[in-house]
Design a protein around this ligand. Structure first.
Ligand code: HPA
Length: 287
């Protein structure tokens, strides 16, 4: 576990070398499980589990519903590495920490990253329990300077000024939609723009109305920093939100949103997300 609070390439190398010494597979596929969606890690076959606290330079996740471990093995007969528990800016981590596991995955050989998360639905046509394939994001922390790429560029991973217009890979996104279609999930498979906010407080009504006006379809407290880190490192990304609650956009209502509700909906739809990941991994071709 890391004690020093600045980014250092050696830390990434140290974590990756430790993991390589414990792995007997060479996965090209990485998966990040969102809140309430850690069941994806449970369906990994021939599992090896390594707690974050065992890995040199790694940090520990503090959020209920997040396990804090890496799982290696196979899904759909393809080698995968799965993060059960991610690092959120609101936990107090520096931005580089949030991106750190992604760079470790890069050194382990990961080329494709599947990211899942729980999000609040802003788009009025979305229902609780819908999936939203992320086509793009707006990161308020990122625009405000909270980005894992801040500071000296680590050229081992990518360029100083990486483009983000193709951050969400179109071929992988089409494959994800195909997987949803094959499973007859089309009726609750949406597509939209993910707004990343810092949290941990949920948004005010005025903030949500602003996000809606800016083109946001869903809102959540994760993912964007991981996507920026992975895209910088040349990884291909597909990301999907589970809409766990409808955002409250009107005044004078007794409705509210809570983390328990988010986890509860996660539980109900978790199996569907697992099936989607399995199907996607069946379809995906590795070079
Ligand atoms: N807002 C922010 N993050 C979230 C929400 C929300 O409504 N639901 C799940 N994660």
């Amino acid at each position: 576990m890391s004690t020093s609070n600045s980014y250092d390439t050696d830390k990434v190398v140290q974590s990756a070398n430790f993991l390589k010494s414990r792995m007997n597979i060479k996965p090209k596929l990485g998966i990040i499980c969102g809140s309430g969606l850690s069941g994806i890690g449970e369906i990994v076959c021939n599992k090896t589990i390594i707690a974050y606290k065992e890995i040199p330079s790694f940090v520990e996740s503090t959020v209920p519903g997040h396990k804090g471990q890496l799982v290696f093995g196979q899904i759909s007969e393809k080698d995968v590495i799965c993060m059960q528990g991610r690092f959120h800016p609101y936990e107090g981590y520096e931005a580089w920490v949030v991106g750190f596991p992604i760079r470790v995955m890069k050194l382990l050989g990961i080329e494709i990253l599947i990211i899942t998360n729980a999000a609040g639905g802003i788009n009025d046509s979305f229902n609780v329990g819908d999936f939203m394939l992320i086509k793009d994001h707006i990161s308020f922390p990122g625009l405000g300077g909270y980005t894992p790429l801040k500071g000296p560029n680590d050229a081992m991973f990518g360029p100083r000024f990486p483009p983000m217009n193709e951050a969400y890979d179109s071929r992988l996104s089409n494959l994800w939609l195909q997987a949803a279609k094959d499973l007859k999930f089309d009726s609750f498979m949406r597509r939209g723009v993910y707004c990343n906010v810092s949290g941990p407080s949920y948004e005010t009504i005025a903030e949500l109305r602003m996000l809606s006006k800016l083109g946001g379809d869903a809102v959540g407290m994760s993912t964007a920093q991981e996507v920026v880190t992975a895209c910088h490192a040349g990884m291909r990304i597909v990301a999907c939100s589970l809409i766990t609650n409808k955002c409250i956009m009107e005044y004078d209502t007794k409705e509210t949103v809570s983390h328990d509700e988010v986890l509860e909906v996660g539980k109900k739809r978790a199996k569907d997300m697992e099936e989607l990941v399995v199907k996607f991994l069946e379809l995906v071709q590795l070079d």
